[in-house]
Design a protein around this ligand. Structure first.
Ligand code: NAD
Ligand code: TYD
Length: 353
């Protein structure tokens, strides 16, 4: 095998954020081998990487991280030097319907990767295991304050509980075995290739097709939105220059209530689709609230900014406009990823709302 400077296992590289991370690394670091290991669940699509999958430093392995033997085999096959771990079940509503898949992939899968890294690297310090996590582990904020790296964990949903558990295993492997870990906890991402069950891509799809726009509860829950490519640049910075054993919060200081965000999206799309102002807003439909719906997430990313000089590169207005354009131009992608088993799920989850 050609001598690569690093041989990085990126898990979940066929998903939303993972595909942006893989694309960035492949292009920016041609001397790194990037092994994308992904189970290809409903959320993973190799088509997300069609523009880069013929690059000579790219490999794909279909892998279920719950299968410990297969995880170990991939480590030895490629002599993996580093890990960027994104593979996860990621949708809160699905975790409420069926938490066990989240326990298996997010907790057991992460533990399998940690164990394989520990067995392979045998105490050497010249490696990095970067665990990609979420701000949802901190629980729910009131009207004031921001999540910092010191905020105590207080997960509320099965999704955030499974991610919190995986974060604890990552830190435990650092403290107990000295595994060289780094961790990032990011706010809500948006951008291209986002599976259309999450708020922003679902709303874009429904506005385009004049379907109801389901707003949970009163629509006053708040999320802090970050452009997915800025998350990828933060991961790049932390992976290379972050301190071992540390976690870094990643966010855009960009809080929106869900209803404000959806109204803004309606205005943007009315303009882009040549509809009269206010036409799409008529599609807004208030539906039963999500069980245990976290009120507010907001990130203090000053540690990342001060230590590594990272800041978001674009405003929400520009990023959202680009995102809408991508979805309007890539209707066939949406149709492809929402056909098959997703259709049944969608019908069960949303038909009666
Ligand atoms: P996603 O659901 O779009 O992609 C997840 C990927 O993981 C898919 O490609 C899927 O096939 C793969 N996968 C799932 N189970 C697997 C298994 N058992 N073995 C191997 N691969 C498996 O998720 P995303 O939104 O891209 O999130 C990626 C990571 O970032 C997750 O760890 C998530 O918790 C974290 N995160 C997401 C956000 C966000 O806003 N989406 C914010 C902060 C952190
Ligand atoms: P989501 O994109 O699922 O991300 P998360 O729950 O991980 O933050 O949801 C973002 C917000 O939008 C959250 O407060 C729930 C709300 N929401 C709706 O109001 N309607 C919807 O159809 C969806 C999917 C989410």
């Amino acid at each position: 095998m050609k001598q690569f400077a690093k041989k990085i296992l990126v898990t979940g590289g066929a998903g939303f954020i993972g595909s942006h991370v893989v694309r960035r690394l492949l292009k920016k670091y041609p001397d790194y081998l990037i092994v994308n290991a992904d189970k290809l669940t409903y959320a993973g699509n190799l088509e997300n990487l069609i523009d880069v999958d013929s690059l000579p430093n790219y490999r794909f392995e279909k892998l279920d991280i719950v299968d410990a033997d297969s995880v170990h085999s991939v480590f030895s096959k490629y002599e993996i030097t580093d890990v960027i771990h994104l593979a996860a079940e990621s949708h809160v509503d699905r975790s409420i319907e069926g938490p066990m898949e989240f326990v298996m992939t997010n907790v057991v899968g992460t533990a399998n990767l940690l164990q394989a890294a520990k067995d392979t690297w045998k105490g050497e310090s010249n490696h990095v295991f970067h665990h990609v996590s979420t701000d949802e582990v901190y629980g729910s904020l009131g009207d004031e304050g921001l999540f910092t790296e010191e905020t105590p964990y207080d997960p509320r949903s099965p999704y955030s509980a499974s991610k919190a558990s995986s974060d604890h295993f990552v830190m435990a492997y650092f403290h107990t075995y000295g595994l060289p870990i780094k961790m990032s906890n990011c706010s809500n991402n948006y951008g291209s290739h986002h599976f259309p069950e999450k708020l922003i891509p679902l709303m874009i799809h429904n506005i385009q097709h004049k379907k109801p726009l389901p707003i949970y509860g009163k629509g006053d829950n708040i999320r802090d939105w970050l452009w997915v490519e800025d998350h990828a640049s933060a991961i790049d910075a932390i992976f290379h220059n972050g301190r071992v054993g540390e976690s870094y919060n990643v966010g855009g200081l960009n809080e929106w209530t869900n209803i404000e965000l959806v109204r803004f999206l309606c205005q943007l799309m009315d303009e882009k689709l040549g509809r009269k102002t206010g036409e799409s807003e008529e599609l807004i439909t208030y539906v039963t609230d999500r069980a245990g719906h976290d009120k507010r997430y907001a990130i203090d990313a000053s540690k990342l900014e001060q230590e590594l000089g990272w800041t978001p590169s674009i405003t929400f207005e520009v990023g959202l406009s680009k995102t809408v354009d991508w979805y309007l131009e890539n209707q066939s992608w949406v149709e492809k990823v929402t056909s098959g088993s997703y259709k049944d799920y969608y019908q069960t989850m949303y038909a009666n709302r």
